[in-house]
Write a protein of this length. Structure first.
Length: 114
């Protein structure tokens, strides 16, 4: 089973939930870091959601990792803060913000073959 570390970035995230990363077919992923940066002048809020559509009932849900977390002007927030999230094939990590084009996201993951 090969493990590959990857960096995914997304700039100017909008007020609707925007996909930052979708787990490819035949892969699982571990989220090892997620930094959100306020790129607007005022204080804003941001939310992170994991959307899962797997076939089992335990993980088939859309859940928030954080909801409306405040990010001061020019600051960044490390959402994971040492925690890990395991994502299965087709799971999607999404981010939204309270201001149009308000947040940049930097995501560090480790992908593994299933």
């Amino acid at each position: 089973m090969a493990n590959t570390f990857k960096l995914k970035t997304r700039t100017g995230i909008d007020t609707s939930l925007v996909p930052v990363y979708t787990v490819p077919a035949s892969k699982t992923s571990v989220v090892i870091g997620l930094t959100l940066t306020n790129i607007k002048g005022a204080s804003i809020t941001a939310s992170v959601q994991v959307s899962s559509n797997t076939v089992d009932f335990e993980t088939n849900a859309d859940v928030y990792v954080v909801k409306d977390i405040p990010i001061p002007s020019g600051a960044s927030v490390e959402v994971m803060a040492g925690n890990k999230i395991v994502l299965q094939t087709t799971d999607i990590l999404k981010v939204s913000t309270s201001v149009v084009d308000g947040v940049d996201a930097v995501l560090s993951i480790m992908e593994s073959d299933v």
